[in-house]
Design a protein around this ligand. Structure first.
Ligand code: SF4
Ligand code: SF4
Ligand code: FES
Length: 522
């Protein structure tokens, strides 16, 4: 055993079911190099408090029984080294989204009940099952689905999943397991499997938390999208989903609005248009939500005003800017995504676009990561990157005070999907008087607003089952006066939640571009 390195304080949120009492216990643990959180719990139990209750078995990341929240993030206790966390105080809590039995032990029955709903074994006709032969799987099929078979059912992804706030949602691991069997050439349960998931599959926001947190690198998020695409192919989709897809097909945007109105956000701004000017250094890609939604038009306008102030030469495509297709792709309509993206790509080629600035993290994500956009080799920027650079280099100076406590909400498609965490914070920190505070769940552990993958348009869940309501509740709890966002979809969902919770007198939602515009007096 290695020598002792330092003492770390463990604050453990506990529950006594006999007294129905929640309480916190604090312990000082001498920590050595290589010591895991599970080792620390065992030290506490053996030396400090024999009543502390937690679950474990294999101690080597295989059985999946030791999942807990470590400083707010779901992790395996036996897989997490104390010193790697780089902090002298560690908070431990039971996994969320499941009932607590005692201390750190949650009831996993509701989690496994979801597996039963997806039939986690081969579906074959009765007569096939009676034959003595084995069902042989070709090696290439074995390897195709290998990544999905390594799930240990630890529930980490389920704890990280914002859609699981709605108990009808099957959760990432059950859906990944279902998809594993959909891809297995020996399985004959296509219709049964799609029927089991096709109602609630749309609750997933493609936030990517499940895939990021999974200790076994199971890509739950992609499994949901691939399953959706099978459901879409079959044509049995809910009315609300159908309406969004039909609108994107007919109007080239999901908001059922004529493209002739696409430029109404720019009224009075005299924005350059690519069909009219020959070229510009950057293409300013506005996004359907910021182009048409009256509230979000303010974001497109503020960003344009700031870009002009810092001397960025930009132009917009006007009505030739079609939906980028990010939501459509993640709703599973790959063919429609290609149609929308092909149009945009043809415009980019026509005007020789090689640099794009996007308002929305969704346009940013798909143009940066998805074909056919990536074939163009363009430089793609989210507007926060451009503004942060202008502030860094002294080209933009926010001088007017904004004396508010501001919590920055990381949009999933900017943060978790593209690792942009610093720039928005740097911008907010540069505003005089502004006090930047942090959500309890932030950065890669940020809690989704619930608007991704088209959910912003198909939301029908009651308020208590909407992630945006949970997020605004958290903002109010930490004492934020402003929730700063950098995404039009976060704006829509969070503003809606502020109204649902009736906290308009306590908190407002502002886009970073609006705060910068105000602080620069533009
Ligand atoms: S998918 Fe990953 S995080 Fe989810 S239960 Fe399986 S192993 Fe755990
Ligand atoms: S992508 Fe997000 S919402 Fe979808 S299953 Fe994973 S964690 Fe849940
Ligand atoms: S104890 Fe088995 S995974 Fe941690």
């Amino acid at each position: 055993m290695s020598s002792e390195a330092k003492t770390v304080k463990f604050r453990i949120k506990r529950y006594n079911p006999e007294l129905d009492r929640h309480f916190v216990s604090t312990y000082d643990v001498p920590v050595y190099k290589g010591m895991t959180i599970l080792d620390a719990l065992l030290y506490i139990k053996d030396n400090l408090d024999a009543t502390l209750t937690f679950r474990y078995s294999c101690r080597m990341g295989q059985c999946g029984s030791c999942g807990i929240l470590v400083n707010g993030k779901p992790m395996l206790a036996c897989y997490t080294q104390v010193l790697h966390l780089g902090t002298d105080v560690i908070e431990l809590e039971p996994l969320p989204n499941l009932p607590v039995i005692r201390d750190l032990v949650v009831d996993v029955k509701p989690f496994f009940a979801r597996y039963r709903k997806v039939t986690p074994y081969l579906i074959k006709p009765e007569e096939e099952l009676e034959k003595p032969e084995e069902f042989l799987q070709p090696p290439e099929n074995f390897w195709e689905i290998w990544d999905l078979t390594v799930c240990t059912k630890c529930g980490i992804c389920f704890a990280a999943c914002p859609a699981a706030i709605d108990d009808s949602y099957l959760g990432p691991s059950a859906l990944a397991t279902n998809y594993r069997f959909l891809r297995d050439v020996r399985d004959e349960g296509l219709n049964e499997r799609l029927d089991a998931v096709s109602e609630t599959l749309w609750l997933c926001t493609s936030c990517n938390s499940c895939s990021l947190m999974c200790p076994k690198n199971v890509d739950g998020s992609a499994s949901v999208v691939e399953t959706r695409s099978l459901v879409v192919e079959r044509g049995y989709i809910p009315r609300t989903v159908k309406e969004v897809l039909e609108s994107a097909f007919t109007y080239h945007n999901p908001l059922r609005t004529s493209q002739t109105k696409r430029l109404s956000w720019a009224e009075g701004l005299n924005v350059k248009l690519l069909p009219e000017v020959e070229s510009a250094e950057y293409l300013y890609f506005v996004c359907c939500s910021a182009a048409f939604d009256p509230r979000n038009q303010e974001i497109a306008r503020s960003t344009a005003v700031i870009l002009r102030e810092i001397g960025v030469d930009f132009a917009n495509l006007g009505k030739e800017e079609w939906c980028c297709g990010d939501h459509i792709l993640r709703m599973g309509e790959k063919g429609l995504f290609e149609e929308l993206a092909d149009h945009n790509v043809s415009m980019f080629e026509k005007y020789g676009v090689d640099k794009v600035i996007t308002v929305s993290p969704h346009c940013f994500n798909t143009m940066k990561n998805d074909k056919p956009y990536t074939d163009l080799g363009m430089q793609v920027y989210h507007y926060t990157q451009i503004i942060a650079d202008a502030i860094d280099t002294g080209r933009l100076k926010p001088t007017r005070e904004i004396r508010r406590r501001v919590a920055y909400h990381d949009p999933c498609f900017l943060g978790k999907r593209n690792n942009i965490y610093e720039e928005p914070r740097k911008i907010l920190e540069s505003i005089p008087g502004l006090e930047l505070i942090e959500f309890r769940r932030r950065l890669e552990n940020s809690y989704c607003c619930g608007g991704g993958a088209g959910r912003v348009w198909v939301e029908e869940a009651p308020p208590e089952k909407r992630p945006c309501v949970e997020r605004v509740r958290e903002a109010v709890e930490i004492g934020a006066e402003v929730i700063a966002v950098a995404c039009p979809f976060c704006m829509t969902t969070l503003e809606d939640a502020v109204k649902v919770l009736e906290v308009e007198d306590k908190i407002v939602v502002k886009d970073i571009s609006e705060l910068v515009r105000e602080a620069c007096g533009l």
